[in-house]
Write a protein of this length. Sequence first.
Lengths: 170, 273
Amino acid sequence: MKNQNFGVLFFLMVLGQVILCNFADFGPYVSLSLLPAMILCVPLAVSTPACMLLAFATGLSVDWLAEGIVGLNAASLIPVALMRKPLIRFFLGEDLITRSDSFSFKKYGAAKISAILLIETLIFLSIYVFLDGAGTRTAVFNLLRIGVSLACNYILAIIVTNILTVDDRK
Amino acid sequence: MRKSNLIYHLINAAIFIFLEIAALNMLGNNGSIQGTWISRGVQNFMGAVWGGAQSISDYFSLRKKNDVLAQENFELRLQIEQMKAAMPDFIPENIGKTGSTAGNYRYIHGEITKISNNTQHNYMIIGKGYEDGVTEGAGVITGKGAVGVIDAVSRRHSYARSFRNHEMNISARLGKEGAVGPLTWDGKSSDGAILKEIPHHVEFEKGDTVFTSGFSSIFPPDIPLGSVGEARIVNGATYEINITLFEDFGALRYVTIVENLGKEEMKELEEGR
């Protein structure tokens, strides 16, 4: 079963991310982002190259609208799109990709979905934090920022995944 | 199936690299700190790649270098033995030091860290600077010829104008006791030079060796430079002779910087006149 409103929800979440960037400041150690989970939830029928293009466009849109450094979100999000299918294949199996089916916490269990979410978010944050610091911050600061942001983003990612994926066993 | 999989992965990789480069380029253009950081990273990466390629190339030319060094060692040992035989009580003072003095010249061994060979104004960067005693105006030689002149010196490096540069000429002599004229690069080939202003009455043959004359304050005399090739008379008065250089500038790596210790004195004398 497919989420018929995915496009609308995705667009609304991009707006949500822009608002988050512009109006929410949680200090230097917390960077909140809905983007990695959003890219992970792109329907599996969408190929990896198309998903990378979507990630690039989404990242640039957020960078422009949020008055950030143009290219920062885009550069961090493209590897998330590249790793999406390999991670799903590893944790949830090839069958899901062949059927282009959707996944959810209920269908595959919290542990497997959480593992994928955490890895994708970690990839995004690692690139984001190191590019944002550009060698001016210490490694300890960067690692602390990644750790704290990962914990906060995990909660956001669960919410985003629940909204964007359809559980046909409901 | 496997082939189509491979193509699919290659397309993915190509799109990924293209998009990532585009994003990083935008990031570099929009964030000043990021721009500096990324360009430094790219430079380091290119340096590592260039250094790696150079190391591989050096490794494969080791055999040739060894042969050349062995031959050079043999000739030097022979010269030492001949000197010992001629002067049994002579013990050189500076053997083993970085810069060794012999006669009126001081010699410093150096390694080329960068060389340009493809333009009309070629140069080389040598990994020895004023900390090692290198001064502006010193000559750069090898066992096979004079290859340049030091133009600028920093703490650990020096910039030398290559012999393969239109602004460079060396005072050369036909044979050890023949006529003297300026030797310049022919501007085309990697081992071609032209010896000019040789009077038309002077006799020479194809294959004769050309040496440094010693009539300059830069290079010591009698360094072999190349061998005589075709010659032509210019304006009915002098010869222009094609010279095939002994040194292969493409394989140049180790050089000796030579400084004339009496250079300043000669300069003062010239200025005084």
